[in-house]
Design a protein around this ligand. Sequence first.
Ligand SMILES: *[C@@H]1O[C@H](CO)[C@@H](O)[C@H](O)[C@H]1NC(C)=O
Ligand SMILES: *[C@@H]1O[C@H](CO)[C@@H](O)[C@H](O)[C@H]1NC(C)=O
Ligand SMILES: *[C@@H]1O[C@H](CO)[C@@H](O)[C@H](O)[C@H]1NC(C)=O
Ligand SMILES: *[C@@H]1O[C@H](CO)[C@@H](O)[C@H](O)[C@H]1NC(C)=O
Ligand SMILES: *[C@@H]1O[C@H](CO)[C@@H](O)[C@H](O)[C@H]1NC(C)=O
Ligand SMILES: *[C@@H]1O[C@H](CO)[C@@H](O)[C@H](O)[C@H]1NC(C)=O
Ligand SMILES: *[C@@H]1O[C@H](CO)[C@@H](O)[C@H](O)[C@H]1NC(C)=O
Length: 315
Amino acid sequence: MLYSTVSVRIFNSALSINIMFLRSSVFVASLVATTAAQMEARENAPQCCEKLLSSASPAVEPFLALLGVTIPTPPVDLGVCCKPISVSGCDSNCTGGIAVTCATVPISVVGVDIGVDCTPIPPCNPACNTLSISTSQLFGSNAGDAFNDLTTFVGNGTVTTDNVPSIKAITFRYGSVIDGLGVTYVQGTGQDLTTISHGTSLTNTEAGLMNSTVTLGTNETITAVSGQTGNHSPYGVRVLQLSLTISNSFTGASRMAGPFGSATGAAFTVAGNGTLVALGGSAVNTNLSLNSLHGARGGLYGLSFITTNGTDCPR
Ligand SMILES: *[C@@H]1O[C@H](CO)[C@@H](O)[C@H](O)[C@H]1NC(C)=O
Ligand SMILES: *[C@@H]1O[C@H](CO)[C@@H](O)[C@H](O)[C@H]1NC(C)=O
Ligand SMILES: *[C@@H]1O[C@H](CO)[C@@H](O)[C@H](O)[C@H]1NC(C)=O
Ligand SMILES: *[C@@H]1O[C@H](CO)[C@@H](O)[C@H](O)[C@H]1NC(C)=O
Ligand SMILES: *[C@@H]1O[C@H](CO)[C@@H](O)[C@H](O)[C@H]1NC(C)=O
Ligand SMILES: *[C@@H]1O[C@H](CO)[C@@H](O)[C@H](O)[C@H]1NC(C)=O
Ligand SMILES: *[C@@H]1O[C@H](CO)[C@@H](O)[C@H](O)[C@H]1NC(C)=O
């Protein structure tokens, strides 16, 4: 029996091992036999390796030759210091290493496990729940204070399926024009209702100021909004009328709500970009109707419609 002590500085200064090495055909034969048996059992089991090195690397070739392993053509990646890991979904317990699968189970060379023909496990794509959002132009006037109900819920952050608001109801306060409205939202998969009111309040009890609430049922969303805008003396430029198209994603049925308001001006329609998730616009909150304001600043001035057409994921 021939023993030789080989000092192999493997691959770089970070890893230097001394190998007490039995060089004999018996050793190589048993190594190959063990490896073949292990391969049957655990081929492609995920491993966590400290590093990956090409078998063609000048530091590696002599080492393989020493082991009596034929230099692979084309070269393959060797994993160094590999340990089995458990992989579950996007998570593994390979911290600080490279998660791989190898064509062979790691060969133990004096305590250093070397995987042959190792391929990194591709990182998981992050959950793709980012929504694509469009905001329509402002219909009406910007003479009030700007509001955006979407940013009230999500700030300036990314809009996702987890934080996107959805509309559960809209209450319209109106006569000849829309004086104000209140939108009831639920955020994400939550249950809590939040009503945000714009312009003339929902609690105003003046005779002649209509109060109509449109409530969305399960699986219903607003898929189109149409209306009229224009200068309606003495109120100035306002949103004069609004109608909603409500669609049921389960039954495919559609229904109309409105029109609310009766004055006429320029017609508009916002449709075709998915579902309405929030309103933006311009308003001054008040407890008075436009009629009672006598020209003072107040009420709803303009609306923009914020829609989503679903996730914006790479296909
Ligand atoms: C990862 O977890 C598995 C199963 O619990 C365990 O066998 C393995 O040793 C762990 N590997 C590391 C690198 O922690
Ligand atoms: C849909 O959204 C796109 C991108 O925001 C916008 O350019 C387009 O005008 C919108 N279409 C409609 C009908 O609102
Ligand atoms: C959003 O960004 C604008 C300017 O980019 C900033 O003025 C505003 O405070 C931000 N709003 C929130 C809720 O972070
Ligand atoms: C108008 O309707 C809303 C929603 O149903 C309600 O909260 C509010 O009290 C009503 N206002 C009046 C004056 O009836
Ligand atoms: C809503 O849609 C889901 C499928 O997306 C369906 O299972 C459920 O029965 C629907 N609910 C109603 C009340 O229509
Ligand atoms: C409306 O009236 C209520 C009760 O008087 C008051 O608390 C609230 O501040 C008023 N809102 C506005 C916008 O003036
Ligand atoms: C959603 O809107 C974006 C931006 O307007 C557009 O690129 C994309 O094609 C739309 N997706 C669908 C399914 O309409």
